[in-house]
Design a protein around this ligand. Structure first.
Ligand code: 0RA
Length: 642
């Protein structure tokens, strides 16, 4: 152990010795897995895969790897193979062990073990593959390096073999193959989700231009390969796949004071902003200095150009940040040597210098783009000016609504059957589709803490609607008033009137459409409600199965199949519930509303990017992809998890 002198963080001894201080045994990882991989639920499980893949991506960032292959086997074994440099195998002076064994069995806090690696490292927690090793029932690594194939096997992080030479590889075929089986003693459930993994691999491939990630799921034979020549430009095209765009994407990639700055911009004819930012391939969901720099460059550049081109007249006010962000799709990706994140979850980038770097790179390059592409520039500016006008109109409409509500003494909507409980934490609002289901819910509820708001027919398509128009819609206004928080920039969680807002719709295609419409509305205008876990989806049963004197409610088709297999009796009587209205108030209470018995799904904002796309697809102007989605997901959409 290197000694610290107690006055500074600098170890007294040499760099080599100090390196040892960061090595820690793997027992700690098994004892408190959450500390290293976040949790031991499905998220933590997927984290194992991401950690290994992130290490391979580090090789790609170092320019040493352009292919990663991920396979999930039928028995849940995961294999990650890359064509990087492989892990060093020579003897590590301090421990007398192979560097490979040290990398696989010791925790490395901070920088990557060994030298010569690229300075930028991805990896969310950066705990290294050793943590994956510790949490695997078994793990096997094969390294192709220095002319040989080396192999070592481990069980729960403990080496079971020496580092052995097991063969040769073809010229130029260096790399690493890591194969592991997650430990059932640690993880509650070993069930990898294809979509979760695929989405992350897609994102990684976007962010690492020229890298191919192929993914095969042997459990059901599904396979996908991600390769994007255009890097983040492809990312922006992908995000805009179902939107009408105003121009081809603009893109810039430059080095500024040792940081790598990349941005891609494309305006669409929609009203939404989709800007995704990354620092060292980590999705910074709360933005940070790179986003601030990007936004101010955008506003300044567009205003400067609009003035110069006389698209903004002398007495026109400047375009605001909101004006230039409407319809904007952009990806900003920075790579820096020492990223500082403001939160534990790495959601926000803190490096102050990055703001100026991004700002100057984007101002200069996007300014030049506008000068050189006058037709595109005009389309963008006109869109921003339209947004400014609409915003002014919306403000006036909003003022009107606010004044009107104030005069009507903040009256709650007439259709709302409120509860007697006044404490938001203990009360629930059920948003129910249709008047008849609303009637059943009103009779079946516990009126002490459950309020019911029936919505008539389909609410309007919020994706295409503007804030001002939306506020004129009666159903939407009733919902906003009942919930109490306000919308958009005016959203304030403190005014929430119900701790749980529960969407209750029929288990048919129409019901799922209405649910998606509502989710879109909440996602776009009351995101905080989802973020803080206040939005839920009710789970009414699909069937009532009677056998003699007993009857049982069934909530999905799989469950019904199981029951059918279990019970051979043909006296089984199956009633399918198509709508909530078919249930009487008591049944609705028993199956769907009674907190003691019901299941409700909490809506999470796991991945705004994917949700954004799903909503666009379902709601956007293009009909074809929506149709396809509804057809292929007609069953599973019932459990749509945002
Ligand atoms: C330590 C040092 C170097 C590379 C790696 C580890 C490494 C780890 C993994 C995990 C999966 N694939 C990997 N590939 C490489 C640097 C190697 C050098 O400097 O030659």
């Amino acid at each position: 152990m290197a000694k610290q002198n107690g006055l500074s963080n600098t170890p007294v001894e040499t760099y080599d010795a100090s390196k040892i201080t960061v090595l820690e045994g793997l027992e700690a990882v098994r004892k408190r897995p959450g500390m290293y991989i976040g949790s031991t639920d499905v998220r933590g499980l997927h984290h194992l895969v991401f950690e290994v893949v992130d290490n391979a991506i580090d090789e790609a960032l170092a320019g040493a790897c352009d292919r990663i292959e991920v396979t999930i086997d039928k028995d849940n074994t995961v294999t990650v193979k890359d064509n990087g440099r492989g892990i060093p195998v020579d003897t590590h002076a301090q421990t007398g062990k192979s560097a490979l064994e040290v990398v696989m069995t010791k925790l490395h806090a901070g920088a990557k073990f060994g030298q010569g690696g690229y300075k930028v490292a991805s990896g969310l927690h950066g705990v290294g593959v050793s943590a994956v090793n510790a949490l695997s029932e078994w793990l096997e690594v094969q390294i192709r390096r220095d002319g040989h194939v080396y192999q070592q096997k481990y069980a729960r992080g403990v080496p079971k073999t020496e580092v052995k030479i097991v063969g040769k590889y073809k010229e130029g075929g260096t790399g690493a193959t890591i194969c592991f089986l997650a430990d059932k003693q640690i993880f509650k459930q070993i069930d990898y989700k294809f979509d979760v993994l695929a989405q992350r691999f897609r994102e990684m491939a976007f962010l690492t231009r020229g890298l191919t990630i192929s993914f095969k799921d042997e459990r059901d034979g599904r396979a996908m390969t991600f390769y994007f020549e255009g890097g983040i430009t492809s990312f922006v095209r992908y995000l805009n796949k179902n939107r009408d765009v105003l121009h081809p994407p603009f893109a810039v990639a430059r080095e500024a004071n040792g940081s790598q700055i990349e941005a891609a911009i494309q305006y669409t004819d929609t009203y939404t902003e989709s800007v995704y930012t990354f620092a060292n391939n980590i999705n910074t969901v709360d933005g940070g200095t790179h986003l601030t720099g990007f936004r101010s460059a955008l506003t300044r550049t567009l205003n400067d150009y609009a003035r110069k081109a006389n698209l903004l007249k002398d007495n026109d006010p400047n375009l605001t940040g909101d004006d230039v962000r409407e319809g904007l799709t952009a990806v900003v990706s920075v790579k820096l040597e020492e990223p500082q994140f403001e939160s534990q979850t790495k959601g926000k980038l803190g490096n102050a210098e990055v703001k100026t770097q991004v700002e100057s790179v984007v101002t200069e390059s996007f300014g030049a783009f506008l000068e050189e592409n006058t037709r595109e520039a005009k389309a963008i500016i006109e869109k921003c000016i339209t947004s400014a006008r609409a915003r002014e109109a919306a403000r006036q409409a909003r003022d009107l609504v606010i004044r009107k509500t104030a005069m009507e003494s903040l009256s709650l909507p007439g259709k709302l059957a409120d509860c007697s409980e006044r404490d938001a934490e203990r009360s629930e609002l059920y948003i129910v589709e249709g008047d008849s289901a609303g009637g059943s819910a009103k009779q079946g509820r516990d009126r002490r803490f459950q309020a019911i708001l029936p919505l008539r027919g389909k609410i309007m398509n919020v994706e295409k609607a503007r804030l001002d128009k939306m506020l004129q819609n009666e159903e939407i206004r009733a919902m906003i008033t009942a919930i109490g928080t306000g919308v958009g920039n005016a959203f304030n969680l403190e005014n929430l009137r119900y701790g749980r807002v529960v969407i209750m719709t029929d288990a048919d295609v129409d019901g799922s459409h209405i649910r998606t419409l509502l989710l879109t509305f909440f996602f776009r205008y009351m995101e905080g409600l989802i973020e803080h876990g206040h939005l839920y989806i009710a789970q009414p049963p699909l069937y009532l199965v009677k056998q003699g004197k007993t009857s049982e409610y069934i909530y999905d088709d799989g469950e019904l199949d199981k029951l059918k297999k279990r019970t051979k009796s043909d006296r089984m009587e199956i009633q399918r519930y198509k709508g909530l209205g078919e249930m009487n108030p008591e049944q609705l209470w028993e199956t769907t509303m009674n907190p003691e018995k019901r299941t409700i799904l909490q809506v999470s904002l796991e991945d705004a990017a994917e949700a954004d796309r799903t909503f666009e697809m379902l709601m956007g102007s293009e009909v074809a992809p929506r149709k396809r989605f509804i057809q292929t997901h007609a069953k599973s959409v019932r459990n749509l998890d945002v």
